[in-house]
Design a protein around this ligand. Structure first.
Ligand SMILES: [Ca+2]
Ligand SMILES: [Ca+2]
Ligand SMILES: [Ca+2]
Ligand SMILES: [Ca+2]
Length: 429
């Protein structure tokens, strides 16, 4: 290890120790040019937020999903001003109201898509078998409520009760993407060649906005349940976003005890679960035991954590809402540490820049390697990250929405000078 790297690592560990020691008092960011504030509190297990387009000079408005109440709350400014919808959800383990996406033409059609675990009791439920299915439905926002559903997609829910996925979003191609985990099944989609045939588990799906299957899907010609599949071999995921520069889909994936992942998801991607988690170089069988659907391709994660952090949301910071240095960089949240992590895409946006020789293998093998990517702490279980016009919004299961923004005390005209130095202290390779 070079002296420079050793010093950097010590600096990173010191920063980590300092930050962690203050975490009990709230949210902390390593970057002194940024601040964080709580903008909404009092939500009940919020899982997803959508910032609504509003006119300039009017208060911020958002819709926020709640996991176990099944409610979509209407927030104006700092206040919950109404309940736009109240679904009958099953919320056992990771089930519930889990995902929300605004249609690309939301400003004119008001369409809101929701992903949830439907209860079969006529009310909210919690029992393992008091469940109907996972559903994607479309609603129309009228300014205060979401009205009645248009069915888009129905997916299984059993056995679960965990690995339910739930994140949905539209990409610039106008298609709706979403993820469902393996529901603890062991079929071909989990890379058991002799297991049950494809069953809508462990996949990222890709649909037209009416729920029909696009004819250019990677497995469309296979028909049946494969026609909607964009990627498979996914154990579970709480994070999907697209790179605003290239339009490519990225995800986070959750390993059992080892290897959480960040992936760039190409059409026909087989992420490897249940045969491979983390890079194939760490797997004794290699790719030989995968079930490869015609046209499928295995790909290694761009980054993984050997000891799982319970990785959750992934978000590309849109434009320069946190200043030019951070434009289009990648934020990731977690379940286990209350932390946010920051990554820098490579120049061609195909991978991530690794800061040290120890991370050249694209695996955080230690706390020190993990800490190299630390961006902030004290955020609890991060369930969603979204860019707004005035910063980055972080949704936390404890009931709060935070806003990260440029520090008001920054000295103009170059408030990002110190930040650049901070980020450049990680040598590019
Ligand atoms: Ca409810
Ligand atoms: Ca993988
Ligand atoms: Ca293996
Ligand atoms: Ca490593």
């Amino acid at each position: 290890m070079s002296k420079r790297v050793r010093i950097l690592r010590n600096v990173a560990m010191f920063l980590h120790a300092t930050i962690v020691s203050t975490a009990a008092f709230g949210q902390s960011l390593l970057d002194p040019a940024l601040e964080v504030e709580t903008v909404v509190s009092g939500l009940t297990q919020p899982t997803a937020l959508a910032i609504l387009p509003t006119g300039e000079g009017t208060p911020r408005e958002m819709l926020v999903c709640e996991k176990a109440t099944g409610r979509v709350q209407h927030v104006r400014g700092a206040d919950i001003v109404g309940t736009a919808l109240d679904l009958h959800v099953n919320s056992r383990s990771e089930r519930g109201l889990l995902g929300m996406a605004l249609h690309p033409e939301f400003a004119s059609n008001g369409w809101v898509y929701l992903y949830y675990t439907a209860s079969n009791t006529g009310g909210d439920s919690f029992d393992q078998n008091a469940v109907q299915s996972h559903r994607v439905e479309r609603y129309a926002w009228d300014g205060s409520s979401l009205g009645s559903p248009t069915p888009i997609l129905e997916l299984p829910a059993l056995p679960g009760p965990n690995h339910d996925g739930g994140v949905i979003l539209f990409l610039p191609d106008g298609k709706l993407y979403g993820v469902i985990g393996d529901l603890n099944r062991n079929g071909q989609l989990q890379n058991f060649a002799t297991g049950p045939v494809p069953d809508d588990t462990g996949i990222i799906f890709r649909l037209n906005d009416d729920g029909s299957e696009p004819t250019d899907n990677p497995f469309f010609t296979l028909g049946g349940l494969m026609a909607k599949v964009y990627a498979y071999g996914v154990r579970n995921s709480f994070g999907l976003d697209f790179d605003p520069v290239t339009g490519a889909l990225w995800d986070t994936e959750n390993g059992p005890r080892t290897f959480d992942e960040i992936n760039r998801v190409v059409p026909g991607f087989n992420s490897g679960w249940e045969r491979i988690m983390g890079p194939v170089a760490r797997d004794s069988e290699g790719t030989s035991d995968l079930w490869q659907a015609p046209g499928a391709q295995y790909g290694d994660p761009l980054f993984s954590w050997r000891a799982t952090i319970g990785v959750t949301s992934i978000h590309f910071i849109r434009g320069d809402v946190l200043g030019p240095t951070l434009a289009h960089r990648v934020l990731v949240g977690d379940n286990n540490n209350g932390s946010l992590y920051l990554f820098e895409p490579s120049g061609d946006r195909a991978t991530l820049v690794m800061p040290t020789p120890e991370t050249e293998d694209r695996v955080a093998d230690s706390t020190a390697e993990r800490t190299l990517f630390l961006f902030g702490t004290g955020f609890g279980i991060v369930t969603d990250i979204e860019s707004g016009a005035d910063g980055v919004y972080v949704c936390s299961i404890g009931g709060n929405v935070y806003r990260i923004h440029g520090a008001s005390t920054s000295v103009q005209p170059s408030p990002w000078g110190d930040v650049k130095r901070l980020y450049r202290s990680r040598p590019r390779r």
